[in-house]
Design a protein around this ligand. Sequence first.
Ligand code: NAD
Length: 245
Amino acid sequence: MGRLDGKRVLVTAAGQGIGRASAIAMAAEGATVFASDVNPGLLADLDGITALALDVRDDASVRAGVAQARPDVLFNCAGIVPHGSVLTATDDDWAATFDLNVTSMFRTIRAALPGMLDRGAGSIVNMSSACSSIIGAPDRFIYGTTKAAVIGLTKSVAVDYITRGVRCNCICPGTVDSPSWQDRVTALGAELGSRDAALDRFVQRQPMGRVATAQEIAALVVYLASDESAFTTGQPHVIDGGWSG
Ligand code: NAD
């Protein structure tokens, strides 16, 4: 018996990192998983999982993906991490990051929610971050603002559908080892003149003295997707190695 037997799941940004690990973990628990990414080539080697090309910034693409997946569980994982402060942020980066990190969830939820309401059941899991309204991080001005908005969006959806069987929660990780995080370490290393110094700076944020694996975050996604979490909705679930503690 899998913990997600009988559930259909749609994951955005499942090509790598947390989205990919979560798609694999949910399939291992018996879900029928539709793993989507704007770059479907990254999904080619996922066994027993249906791969979908889906750009969360394109409403037609979102609607087509949702129509195919008909999800009971929607994991909105897509997001980017622009670097910089309020004085270095550009209007274009602000708009593009809000579109990818927040408006994308408006698109996917409005496409997937009617089916969940018809069935009287559903779990929506949104990707926020510890860096949000939970804690500020240096040079994460646009990023932290968008991830705080995800918490507000999550609470708003949760309260509107709380009596109709649909739950909506979000996940707030600390630093997680993923391809884009490795790129951020490399970029900071170039700035500091040492990749090890950059790595150290990221690791030191977590009092546990390490960063998370994508699989550790996927375990929380499985829990929130499953009926084990039936009594939680509208909550930011922090998983950050003690960073915000
Ligand atoms: P990642 O950044 O390495 O990979 C992101 C994936 O998103 C890629 O496969 C990419 O192709 C896909 N993508 C980009 N634009 C897309 C679009 N328009 N439509 C669909 N897919 C698109 O993965 P990650 O680091 O695990 O990050 C995943 C999520 O977790 C993000 O929302 C991120 O903000 C959040 N997060 C990450 C960390 C971390 O330290 N890695 C911490 C907290 C939260």
